[in-house]
Design a protein around this ligand. Structure first.
Ligand SMILES: O=C(O)[C@@H](CO)OP(=O)(O)O
Length: 249
């Protein structure tokens, strides 16, 4: 028996369009992002891929996207589980800063190391800084020493995988069609795991906003088709290029 897993990065956010490092800052979708989330619903419906359970992060851009995508295919009523472990990568002291300005100031190599290297985290954020979430009540249950002040992708893999194993895998094994509505980098971490992508190669992988990525998984929860399948491959390719080029304008 195979399992059905749908990964959905949130639609474009207010800060995506302003080219700002976002991370754990809780910005909402912009108008385009709302449209993308509604379009994701149409894509799911057209393939009869109707989720029976949804997992989201604790950030409104993913929660809002999940709601719109489910509402649009009459699945607004399914069980929802949320975890900080699906949050975007914490971008440390870069949160709130402009990507093009950081690229200009530190140069392409450092900029790309912070954005896409597997194990170079950006500088830590001050706990009480303007864009810090250290004292946000939604993370009160996360032990203080596990609440990140910055993260590289390796750190995201380490905090996301326990949730994959403890909460998402059991739903897949129970026969659910699982929707995971999350973020560019938490989904890169999950795709790295699913497709067994090397630490070097993951640097080249970008996830577009708002386009469902469908994985059929075998009994060992390995993809039947490596890389899965975007429900709108053309739009996905254009979206991936746009993400890769962020900071260049
Ligand atoms: O700013 C961020 O939080 C992420 C996703 O939007 O950006 P990047 O693609 O540069 O990792």
């Amino acid at each position: 028996m195979t399992s059905k897993l749908i990964l959905l990065r949130h639609g474009e956010s207010e800060w995506n369009s302003k080219n700002l490092f976002t991370g754990w800052v809780d910005v909402d979708l912009n108008e385009k992002g709302v449209g993308e989330a509604k379009n994701a619903a149409a894509l799911l419906k057209s393939e009869d891929l109707l989720p029976t359970v949804v997992h989201t992060s604790l950030l409104r851009r993913a929660i809002h996207t999940a709601y719109l995508a489910l509402d649009g295919c009459d699945r607004h009523w399914i069980p929802v589980r949320r975890s900080w472990r699906l949050n975007e990568r914490h971008y440390g002291s870069l949160q709130g800063l402009n990507k093009a300005e950081i690229r200009e100031k530190y140069g392409e190599t450092q900029f790309m190391a912070w954005r896409r290297s597997y194990d170079v985290p950006p500088p830590e954020i001050e706990k009480d800084g303007e864009f810090s979430q250290f004292n946000d009540p939604r993370y009160a249950d996360v032990p203080a020493d596990e609440r990140p002040l910055h993260e590289c992708l390796k750190d995201v893999v380490a905090r996301m995988l326990p949730y994959w194993e403890s909460d998402i895998v059991p739903d897949l094994k129970d026969g659910h069609t699982v929707l995971v509505a999350a973020h560019g980098n938490s989904l890169r971490a999950l795709v790295k795991h699913l497709d067994d992508i090397s630490d070097d190669d993951i640097a080249g992988l970008n996830i577009p906003t708002g386009i469902p990525l469908y994985y059929e998984l075998d009994e060992n929860l390995k993809p039947v088709v490596k890389g899965g399948r975007y429900l709108d491959p053309e739009a996905a390719e254009a979206g991936q290029k746009a993400v890769a080029n962020q900071g260049k304008k």
